[in-house]
Ligand binder design. Sequence first.
Ligand SMILES: Cc1cc2nc3c(=O)[nH]c(=O)nc-3n(C[C@H](O)[C@H](O)[C@H](O)COP(=O)(O)OP(=O)(O)OC[C@H]3O[C@@H](n4cnc5c(N)ncnc54)[C@H](O)[C@@H]3O)c2cc1C
Length: 410
Amino acid sequence: MDEGVLSVLSPYSRLKSAMGFPGVDYLLFDSQLSTGELLVRGTARRFVDERVLPVIRDCYRDGVFPTQLIPELAQLGFLGASLGPESERYGCAGMNNVEYGLVMQELERGDSGLRSFASVQSALVMYPILQFGSEEQKSGWLPRLCSGQAIGCFGLTEPDFGSNPAAMRTTAVRDGSGWVLNGEKTWITNGSVADVAVVWARTEDGIQAFLIDREVTGFTTHEIHDKLSMRASVTSSLAMVDCRLKASAILPGARGLKAALACLTQARFGIGWGVIGAAMGCFETARSYTVTRKQFDGKPLAGHQMVQEKLAGMITEITKAQLLALHCGRLKDAGRLEAAHVSMLKRNNVAIALDCARQSRDLLGANGITGEYSVMRHLCNLETVKTYEGTDHIHALVIGERITGIPAYR
Ligand SMILES: Cc1cc2nc3c(=O)[nH]c(=O)nc-3n(C[C@H](O)[C@H](O)[C@H](O)COP(=O)(O)OP(=O)(O)OC[C@H]3O[C@@H](n4cnc5c(N)ncnc54)[C@H](O)[C@@H]3O)c2cc1C
């Protein structure tokens, strides 16, 4: 940046321009974080700056997940990070929920695909095993999942049932002491690279969950290609054709769809934090771009009122999203966070992140559509984040039911 531009910058901008990724802290948000929380965020931030950002553009272009980062994610304690004191027996880090949220935020500043990997592994695979599994399942899988030696996936969605998983067709029928599964799951993150799949199926006792080892006969996976979003993430379909499982494959405590929804609530909490990272990344790209790019008489773009109005709107929404996430995190640590609260967190924060990504893309003009800047990649990713883990419509209906008492899903 040249001296002339620096001289027109505010103290805020000068400070931000002199550092690496500075975060977004307009309202002294950091003053609400403990030393431990700041330390965890700092570690995740450095990891993303040094290890993720240098490779993610190529991964996204090539449609590959950066597998080489899995051992590092594990070493930093980011897999199964906040699953409570019992999880520490299996090697998990035992972070609080705000620390976990801050990790998700930083990972998604890197890429939503990376955060999705950590979310699925932690909230949709390790959480149900810890919460609903037998001791044999816990000690068999959790240390391996936590250390990144094994990868997991969560199979709920089917080709004909996404928002309404209660209508799923996959069945599990008793066969002697074991089970036979038939059905198909699709849009499954990590599906074709997973060592273990948590698969939800209809039994004579209602919907239940099974742990399927990838080697089991009758179980196959197929990677979904040609995605224009979440390109640095593996997405697959799973097929179960007369897939025979031992009795020990059932997750004994996972009874009914409410068990699956409990897992989704964990994951949605992480998404509510994660997308703040994508929004922060987009905001910072737009801020630094517009203070340096000059149009009309050598004036920086950021010196124009309409540009400032956009930047002001973005930082305001990011700040509100941070406060909502922090409040939800504190409630979760106090055992008071409910699924309907998480619906508000996920729905609001994804919406503002998408809006920030769109506005940032706009402020970068033609450069905004290139891979050189991260904004278009974030924008495309966030379209998926809006859809998965309950679409924005479904979360509006959850909130609507909470405030009216009237379910309006049908
Ligand atoms: C990249 C990616 C990764 C994913 N990872 C996983 C995973 O790991 N595991 C997994 O199980 N699933 C996964 N999913 C699937 C995801 O959870 C579903 O796509 C999501 O639940 C929506 O289902 P659907 O796509 O079938 O859309 P539909 O349910 O068909 O919805 C289509 C549209 O209709 C709207 N709609 C539906 N019902 C209503 C209603 N009652 N009122 C108003 N509007 C309504 C929706 O909001 C949406 O706008 C993933 C999806 C993607 C894209």
